[in-house]
Design a binder for this molecule. Structure first.
Ligand code: FE
Length: 339
């Protein structure tokens, strides 16, 4: 009897303990690899007293982990740097709908999941970068035209394993169909200055060093190179400029970094608070000023540097389409021999 009372008391203490513990933390699985995020997590902790525990890995690894952990997953929030991966997490039933007046009111419908299973936190455009003085800007126009043989030996772009490229291809498919997209990919491969290697910054550096004349990169990397500790990045980026291509029948390719609440989040309320904070004015300002991304919250401006590159019209293809067409995009890259 005494034993069972002690056992019950212990159990009660454990439950109380874990719920107390649970109420003051949020577990974030994040693929964002930027310094601003550390600052944002700290700001959130100071504001709410909720501790942020972060697991950083590639989105594909985090999604696999969420799936294998199932109901036992400690994850509360999944953050990715691409809409395709958010879509994938949703398709695998790893996220849950969120009922947040703040998020539905402030994040445009085009930038969140239709079931509110994820929300964009920032936008980024995938652009062409050319060397100043090369005359290349006169040649640049649409994404479709990057397959034009006039660019033979001129294009540097990272591997097709990369989700940013997969989403660009997904948008190409949405605009022009699979057959055209395959022909396009073959054309771009034929125009490459080298086999794909390195990240977006490596492509910018290549163009700055005269290897090819057009690099494909996400906008914020340009900002990160301008303000970099590494002189080789600062020097390289001085030699280039941003050009905003458009789809023939659309705008400039936009992708998002976003977040969703994990299906079995043990700290659901904290998870929602966390995402609301990331979409708050202060956080959006930091995304814009510190990581050169485009804010999603109306009224928050891009950084002066980002604004200096000019304006563009967002492509109107739904962000969801980038995920829906991902498998087709991967297949087309393979068929085209885009390494
Ligand atoms: Fe990135």
């Amino acid at each position: 009897m005494i034993k069972s009372t002690i056992a019950k008391t212990l159990l009660a203490v454990c439950i109380l303990g874990s719920s107390l513990f649970a109420s003051s933390e949020v577990n974030v699985y994040s693929h964002r690899h930027y310094d601003t995020d550390k600052q944002l997590f700290k700001m959130f902790e100071e504001k709410t007293g909720i501790k942020v525990n972060v697991v950083k890995a590639k989105a594909s690894a985090l999604i696999k982990r969420l799936a294998s952990e199932g109901k036992n997953s400690p994850a509360d929030v999944l953050i990715t740097v691409d809409a395709g991966r958010l879509f994938q997490a949703k398709s695998q039933d790893l996220l849950q709908s969120v009922n947040s007046e703040y998020l539905t009111k402030n994040i445009p419908a085009s930038l969140r999941d239709e079931d509110n299973k994820w929300f964009a936190l920032t936008k980024r455009s995938r652009v062409a970068v050319y060397k100043i003085g090369s005359g290349t800007e006169k040649e640049l126009s649409t994404y479709e035209d990057l397959a034009n043989p006039k660019f033979k030996g001129q294009i540097v772009v990272r591997s097709s394993n990369n989700i940013y490229n997969q989403s660009l291809m997904a948008a190409m498919i949405a605009h022009n169909g699979e057959e055209f997209a395959l022909t396009w990919a073959k054309g771009v491969v034929a125009n490459m200055a080298r086999n794909p290697k390195g990240n977006d910054r490596a492509q910018v550096k290549a163009v700055a060093n005269g290897l090819g004349s057009v690099a494909i990169a996400n906008t914020y990397y340009i900002g990160k190179m301008v303000h970099n500790k590494d002189a080789s990045q600062r020097d390289a980026v001085k030699k280039v400029k941003v050009f905003f291509p458009t789809f023939k029948n659309g705008g400039t390719h936009i992708n998002v970094s976003g977040a969703g609440v994990a299906k079995y989040a043990p700290n659901k309320a904290n998870a929602i608070k966390f995402i609301e904070f990331m979409a708050s004015k202060d956080a959006q300002k930091l995304f814009a000023e510190g990581n050169y991304e485009y804010p999603v919250l109306a009224g928050v401006k891009s950084s002066d540097l980002v604004s200096s590159w000019g304006t563009f019209k967002d492509d109107t293809i739904s962000i969801n389409t980038l995920g829906e067409n991902n498998a087709k995009a991967v297949k087309i890259f393979d068929l085209a021999g885009w390494k």
